[in-house]
Design a binder for this molecule. Sequence first.
Ligand SMILES: Nc1ncnc2c1ncn2[C@@H]1O[C@H](COP(=O)(O)OP(=O)(O)O)[C@@H](O)[C@H]1O
Ligand SMILES: [Mg+2]
Length: 228
Amino acid sequence: MSEIILSAHDVCRDFKIGDGSVVSALKHIDIEIEKGKLTILRGRSGSGKTTLINILGALDRPTKGVVDFGGRDITKLSDKKRDDIRRCEMAFVFQSVALMGGLTAFENVEFGLRLAKYPYAKRKARVTEVMTDVGLDKRMHHRPSEMSGGEQQRTAIARAIAHEPMIVFADEPTAELDTATALHIVKLFKDLVAQRGMTIIMTTHDPSMMDIADRVYTLEDGEIIDSR
Ligand SMILES: Nc1ncnc2c1ncn2[C@@H]1O[C@H](COP(=O)(O)OP(=O)(O)O)[C@@H](O)[C@H]1O
Ligand SMILES: [Mg+2]
């Protein structure tokens, strides 16, 4: 039996643009994200992937519709409550890796734990554990400039997941990586799902990743046109 951790019902997102016209970026989206699974949102550039993942991750609010996360409609909560949910229960990985250049990989991840108010006494052990999970235990004390693009993205993933979030959102996390490195990152996501029971939702426009996902939703022009 699968458990639904996050769902959207009849979600629409309109953007008003300069000339007064309206772009319907999402049209009546229904989607269910299963706990302990790797879900991919795929679709061409402009199909609505970022708009949808931002709404699911409480970074943006829909024009219409409901987003249920753990029994709460998060679209109705205050900004403060949404900030708390994002910081403590969710995690985000982006296309461009935004590590702090002056800090080592270890320190970057440790800093993330501080922001998430992770218990001080457990921080160092948790950083070592999560760096091992992402395969970077030998590179922990390198600075970003001393790591490859793939290693930097692994560090960003370690920082994102260190506080043990309920769900991870990754918007085009592989777009700036070469194909082989990108595939390694998606395999890492798959391992985190299989071995650590994490729930991950990622977007991509790269068709070569689809086989690795548990669920794939295809977006086109703001609508889900296929799921498997
Ligand atoms: N802030 C915005 N203002 C106006 N239009 C937007 C905005 N964000 C996205 N859009 C439009 O919504 C559609 C979907 O965009 P997006 O979700 O970024 O697609 P994707 O991530 O799949 O490339 C596009 O037509 C885009 O131009
Ligand atoms: Mg996008």
